[in-house]
Design a protein around this ligand. Structure first.
Ligand SMILES: [Zn+2]
Ligand SMILES: [Zn+2]
Ligand SMILES: [Zn+2]
Length: 597
């Protein structure tokens, strides 16, 4: 530990991820609604409301100030106290989240998104209503989609699988509304999208799932897959090619699903009078029958057992597509009248009895099954492998040669050259996790660990100097090449050290300084940094020296000092008090910190 030490990084930027992650996605908010007025409330930082197109003029809101904007046929007019400006297209930006609340035109419009929290938006007035386009990064978009499309899921693994699918879909489908000036609408036409209305302090399960899979996508032979999913497959998924012939793919074949059939919504039944069906065929599908409809029969089924076409029997017979039929019925009678095409059909008296399973088209991931798999303790890798046979999880921007290997609680991304030490690394991590006992519960369900081919790559990815062995950002651990750590004889110590950091980092109260976290890590792992010359950090506080050391000598000396102070406290109050101080420092403990600068 004396020559080669470790450091906690407060911020981690993965160089390889940066370009794609930083891309901006333009998402139309409140799609399909008539927004007639907006109220914008600044958060902790000012908001700039500027003209996005013409010569720039701006209205600046101070923190917590509110502006109201109204649409006119060609402009929007925003006012705040005595200040007022008019814009053709307004661009709202801030370095902190601000709140946008809307009013809708027309009394009949119900609204499930009265307000959203975001950092950048563009608003244009268009025939006395607004078009609001949020400008978000990829991960924010993914979070909004998981919140919109998978809000009923509880299992972290199922949410993580959905986050990977939402991200894959977003990158593959970007720009579907290019002609209208944005990438995605916020309705199910694209993916149902909802931004949080408030910034909560507690990370939500959705936010955890998105952050825990940052940058991960699903590919087949190096290409992003068509990331389909449905609510409930009824026990067997559908091959994409049987629904949409041009979407046939090896990874979208039909697979049996023993998981979702345990849920209650697996079975459904619907009874419709023949007369009603005849009316729908005529008004919705333009099918003219001479005389009455005498029977409706299944004509053709797909390999999964879903109805593909139906036969109408009247004075003559004709065939109709089962999908068109289902959509027509649902448009007329309500969205869940016929929940899927996985049904059998009987006729009693003058009524049709549909007895079915599942909800939705059945292609790709089954959300009900994924939830069950997650509840049973299966990881998101297992879930995605089940529904997308042959597809592989890959990291954006990672070279194709990189591999991922998982143990129960860890996921290690490594270049092939590091393979000889991968097993040992995962074993040590699992063992260290067990050593942390109940406190390991603070860790994400799966901790991501990355290692690199060279020290230069590690430095680029972690932003750390080359004399640092590892770093973490509270979620992901970045490691120097495993071969280097092994050669220096510090592989196991490094892993133990970083994992202990990760736990402490997630439990540490914000008022507790970094040096205390560092000192406690060293005490728990039994490492002993050599006390260096005091001159190497003279003039700087302990906190500065631990957080941003300018040299290896300064860091080692600062670590030794941090450890000595934590030891002092352990002597005064007992070692068992240290975790309590980390998580819930009393006024007394805070005074002690203040005296230790
Ligand atoms: Zn450390
Ligand atoms: Zn759309
Ligand atoms: Zn299913």
């Amino acid at each position: 530990m004396s020559k080669w030490t470790l450091l906690l990084a407060t911020l981690l930027v993965t160089g390889a991820l940066a370009p794609l992650q930083a891309q901006e996605f333009r998402v139309e908010l409140f799609s399909g609604k008539r927004v007639s007025a907006l109220t914008l409330t600044a958060g902790a930082e000012p908001v700039q409301i500027c003209d996005a197109r013409g010569k720039p003029h701006c209205l600046v809101l101070k923190p917590r100030e509110t502006a109201r904007c109204l649409a006119s046929p060609t402009r929007l007019r925003c006012t705040c106290d005595e200040k007022a400006e008019e814009f053709r297209t307004g661009s709202f930006t801030s370095s902190a989240p601000f709140r946008l609340a809307i009013a809708l035109a027309g009394p009949r419009e119900s609204d499930s998104h009265p307000s959203v929290t975001l950092r950048a938006a563009e608003v244009s007035g268009d025939r006395s209503r607004f078009r609001v386009i949020a400008r978000v990064d990829l991960e924010t978009y993914v979070g909004g989609v998981v919140a919109g499309e998978a809000a009923t899921l509880k299992s972290p693994a199922a949410l993580a699988a959905m986050a990977i699918l939402a991200r894959t879909w977003a990158l593959r489908s970007r720009g579907r509304h290019q002609a209208q000036g944005f990438d995605f609408c916020s309705l199910t036409h694209c993916q149902f999208f909802r931004l949080p209305s408030e910034t909560g302090s507690e990370p939500s399960p959705v936010a955890e799932a998105v952050a825990g899979t940052t940058g991960l996508v699903l590919k087949y032979r190096g290409e992003l897959i068509d990331a389909y999913y449905c609510a409930h497959c009824g026990g067997v998924t559908e091959a994409a090619g049987d629904v949409w012939p041009d979407r046939a793919a090896p990874y979208l074949r039909s697979v049996s699903d023993p998981y979702c059939t345990r849920s209650e919504q697996a079975f459904w039944q619907q009874s419709l009078p023949l007369k009603t069906v005849r009316g729908i065929l005529s008004t919705r599908l333009g099918v003219r029958l001479d005389g009455s409809l005498r029977a409706l029969e299944v004509e053709q089924k797909s390999a999964s057992g879903r109805v593909r076409s139906l036969r109408l029997v009247g004075s003559s017979t004709r065939q109709i597509d089962a999908n068109e039929f289902r959509y027509a019925v649902n448009r007329q009678l309500g969205w869940n009248t016929l929940k899927s095409n996985l049904y059998t059909l009987e006729q009693r008296d003058r009524r049709l009895i549909f007895t079915g399973r599942g909800l939705g088209h059945g292609v790709g991931l089954c959300q009900a099954g994924a939830e069950q798999m997650g509840q049973m303790g299966l990881a998101y890798e297992k879930i995605l492998a089940h529904y997308f046979p042959g597809a592989a999880i890959e990291e954006l921007g990672a070279s194709r040669a990189e591999r991922i290997l998982s143990s129960e609680h860890f996921e290690l991304v490594f270049p092939p050259s590091q393979e000889p030490w991968v097993q040992e690394t995962l074993e040590t991590l699992e063992k260290s996790r067990r050593g942390l006992e109940s406190r390991a519960r603070a860790l994400p369900a799966k901790v991501r660990v990355r290692t690199w081919e060279t020290t230069a790559e590690f430095m680029r990815a972690s932003g750390q100097p080359g004399w640092v062995a590892a770093s973490n950002d509270g979620r992901t651990i970045q490691l120097q090449p495993l071969s280097t750590l092994k050669r220096k004889g510090i592989l196991n110590a490094t892993l133990r050290h970083e994992l202990t950091h990760l736990v402490e980092h997630r439990l540490r109260a914000p008022q507790v300084p970094h040096w205390f976290e560092e000192g406690l890590v060293l005490l728990l792992t039994g490492e002993q940094p050599a006390a260096g010359a005091a001159s190497s950090y003279s003039g700087r506080s302990l906190e500065e020296s631990v957080s941003h050391p300018r040299s290896e000598a300064e860091m080692t000396a600062a670590y030794a000092r941090a450890l000595a102070r934590v030891r002092d406290l352990a002597r005064q109050r007992g070692a068992s008090a240290l975790w309590e101080v980390l998580q819930h420092p009393t006024a007394d403990a805070l005074r002690w910190f203040a005296g230790q600068q």
